[in-house]
Write a protein that binds this ligand. Structure first.
Ligand SMILES: Nc1ncnc2c1ncn2[C@@H]1O[C@H](COP(=O)(O)OP(=O)(O)O)[C@@H](O)[C@H]1O
Ligand SMILES: [Mg+2]
Length: 230
């Protein structure tokens, strides 16, 4: 029987080295492993992850499975199922990363188009999972998306550097050198066609605890307005 998302409880944590926003890797009682993101890791983080992953579902962009769980304090947390595959860190051989990126240019360009829509400046080879099986590329980590802050006119930290630019330059260069046409038209049209009712469904299914001070309506109005300007 499929487990109801409301039953998912993070029972146990792995003693991992925390990263910028991933402080917890946990397990449910069936032993499934999850990257767990909590409000205390950054106010907007679970919500931006939830919206990012949910929009991927609508657009046909593959991600790890995700769900809402509850932590030991019974607070709702965003859970991304742990998937095996290659995730590149800056210290690793960049030629290896290049070899994985090259056959997936269109798929990565599609992810970047979504990132731009939700104002996520953090797409790099460390936020993609490269696998041998299908789907052979998974997007994850929408934590730094700024659309929630933009929607409620909150201050955006301009000092954060754009981590996506290097990947964009690489895609442009690789597509030119291999004479491949990488085209964002199809994905942009899909983003334009996302229904307001779908945005509404995504946001109303997020726990209220994740909403911070933002009105759900202003986030929907903000994204709908952006769709018109695409
Ligand atoms: N669902 C997942 N499956 C496999 N590895 C993951 C998953 N989520 C996160 N990771 C690993 O944990 C690291 C940190 O997670 P990430 O979501 O990128 O947090 P941060 O915001 O700190 O960069 C990733 O670079 C990746 O190696
Ligand atoms: Mg990351």
């Amino acid at each position: 029987m499929q487990q109801s998302i409301f039953d998912l409880r993070i029972e146990d944590y792995e003693p991992t080295q925390p990263t910028a926003h991933l402080k917890k890797v946990g397990y449910d009682n069936a032993g499934n492993q999850y990257a767990v993101k909590r409000v205390e890791d950054g106010n907007w983080i679970p919500l931006t992850e939830w919206v990012g992953y949910s929009l991927c579902r609508i657009l046909g962009i593959a991600t790890p499975d995700f769900t809402i769980g509850h932590d030991e304090n019974n607070q709702p947390v965003f859970c991304s199922k742990w998937e095996n595959g290659k995730v590149f860190t800056r210290d690793e051989d960049q030629m290896d990363a290049l070899a994985e990126i090259k056959p997936r240019l269109q798929a990565i360009a599609n992810i970047i188009a979504l990132d731009e829509f939700i104002e996520n400046p953090d797409r790099h080879a460390g936020n993609l999972i490269f696998r041998d099986n299908t789907p052979n590329l998974l997007a994850f980590d929408f934590a730094l998306s700024q659309f929630t802050k933009s929607a409620c006119n909150a201050k955006i930290d301009q000092s954060k550097t754009d981590q996506t630019q290097a990947l964009k330059t690489l895609i442009a260069w690789l597509s030119r050198s291999s004479r491949m046409r990488i085209d964002a038209t199809e994905i942009t049209n899909k983003i334009k066609k996302i229904q307001t009712s779908d945005l509404n469904k995504i946001l109303t299914s997020a726990p209220f605890y994740w909403m911070q001070q933002a009105g759900l309506d202003c986030i929907i109005a903000y994204l709908s307005d952006k769709q018109k300007r695409l």
